[in-house]
Design a protein. Structure first.
Length: 488
């Protein structure tokens, strides 16, 4: 059975390859002939364009350059009598030789008789111009021939350069005429080639149409059906399955496809469950890492108040602590409303104000239209804590912590500002690095970046890299932390 399948497959492949070559070979031959002919036309056309372009550069400047250079030499503004001071760009003989050599080269390349005669006349005129130019230069070197030189300039040089310019224009005109003839030949050749291509295409299309009808039912239709199933599967539909009554390779392919869909569906379900479990576990772990740090400090403060006889103040702190942890627990929910997060920060700051009433005050400014949106709990409290312990406490005099919440387009932005000690550039850069790497913050000796790094890690896990926090600080002026999250 296997050998029979292999033979069938090989036979189909051979037929397909033969049909393809039957269609392609005539096109290749015709295309090759067309390319060769067009390339020859291109070479001729390119040569004409380059010849015209190079001649046109002399047509535009040769007469003016020669007339001006000779005038400057005769009047003495261009030093010619002192050989050591002659300038290369003011050497008329060299300029004539260069131009004459250029047109000699064009004469050798041309195959058109009328163009050749134009160039020969042009080269002769340049030879005469060179002789007349030498006569003037000899007079200049001898000295005392100013009037004679000016007469020769008007009668000889300018007349010859005008004739040369006319001949250059005639050469350009003749080459342009040849270019037009070549264009007509190319157009005829292209028209002929297109006609043959159209004929071959019509024949090949008819042949392909007949063959495709014979092969489509056996090859195209089952493959198309399988492609449709694959597109549905790629779009996330894992209930698709492909069935066929055929007993050849398509049957094996259908069985393999159905088996693959089932296996991938099972794997994706397992991966989703594992990802959700891991994400939930990591979020809970990150949140739990924050709570003890604050709890220990607050309990120490309550003990200190009780020992100092400030029982009423201790009771108020305990009430605020109860409110604080009621929101922190939130019945196990990881998300709370922004209003609850605001109350959570307020409870924290009230507790801290009992401890640091001489050095700290606070203000909360939250827009009413964001209070019902949701936020991950313990987002703002670690930032406020950092503002207190590393900003306000290190400042002489009373400090102020301000917390803002507002909409910004489709996002919500929070700002925690303090007018504490602030940070220099080195300290600010260090904190930014710790915030971007929670593992580094865990092992930081001062622990100053751990809580904020924790918040940054949770925001990135939940909302992606486009969200998170930004820290700005100026030494002796204060620090501002900006948190951006999507509206939810």
């Amino acid at each position: 059975m296997t050998k029979q399948k292999i033979r069938k497959k090989s036979k189909i492949q051979s037929k397909l390859i033969a049909y393809i070559w039957i269609c392609v070979i005539p096109l290749i031959v015709l295309f090759g002939v067309a390319v060769i002919r067009l390339y020859r036309y291109y070479q001729d056309y390119d040569l004409l364009v380059r010849n015209i372009t190079s001649a046109n550069s002399y047509n535009m400047k040769f007469k003016d350059n020669m007339d001006e250079t000779m005038y400057r030499i005769i009047t003495g503004s261009a030093n010619w009598s002192d050989p050591e001071k002659k300038l290369v760009d003011e050497d008329p003989i060299a300029y004539i030789e260069e131009a004459k050599g250029h047109f000699v080269l064009l004469r050798e390349k041309t195959t058109e008789e009328n163009v050749r005669s134009d160039l020969e006349a042009l080269i002769k005129l340049m030879g005469i111009l060179e002789e007349r130019t030498n006569d003037i230069l000899e007079n200049v070197e001898e000295g005392g021939h100013y009037d004679e030189n000016m007469e020769m300039l008007d009668m000889n040089i300018r007349t010859l350069t005008s004739l040369i310019q006319d001949d250059i224009q005639k050469y350009i005109y003749d080459e342009a005429s040849n270019m037009e003839k070549l264009r007509i030949q190319v157009a005829k050749s292209l028209l002929s080639t297109v006609r043959w291509l159209v004929i071959f295409l019509i024949v090949i299309i008819a042949f392909i149409y007949i063959i495709s009808k014979r092969l489509s039912q056996r090859i195209t239709e089952p493959i198309t059906d399988l492609c449709e199933m694959t597109e549905k599967f790629a779009g996330g539909d894992f209930t698709v399955s492909y069935h066929t009554d055929r007993t050849d390779e398509m049957s094996t392919l259908a069985e393999s496809f159905n088996s693959m869909v089932k296996e991938i569906e099972t794997l994706i379900d397992d991966i989703h469950k594992e990802q959700e479990n891991a994400k939930d576990a990591e979020l809970r772990l990150l949140q739990e890492q924050i709570n003890p740090h604050f709890l220990y400090n607050t309990l120490d403060a309550i003990i200190w108040m009780t020992e100092s006889g400030e029982n009423q103040k201790a009771i108020q702190v305990i009430q605020e602590l109860s409110s604080f942890f009621r929101i922190s627990l939130s019945k196990g929910q990881s998300e709370i409303t922004i209003n609850n997060e605001k109350e959570h920060v307020k409870s924290y700051l009230e507790i801290q104000r009992y401890r640091y009433q001489d050095i700290m005050d606070y203000e909360l400014h939250f827009d009413e239209d964001i209070l019902d949106y949701h936020i991950q709990k313990l987002t703002l409290q670690p930032i406020v804590e950092n503002a207190l312990y590393h900003g306000i406490k290190n400042k002489r005099g009373k400090g102020l912590i301000e917390v803002y919440g507002m909409k910004d387009g489709s996002d919500i932005v929070f700002k925690v500002k303090d007018n504490g000690i602030g940070m220099n550039e080195e300290e600010l850069e260090r904190l930014r690095k710790l915030i971007s790497n929670v593992d580094a913050a865990v092992y930081d000796s001062e622990k100053s970046g751990f809580g904020m790094a924790n918040v940054e890690k949770r925001i990135e896990m939940l909302y992606g890299r486009g969200y998170g926090m930004k820290v700005d600080s100026t030494y002796m002026e204060g620090t501002t932390v900006t948190v951006r999250i999507p509206q939810k």
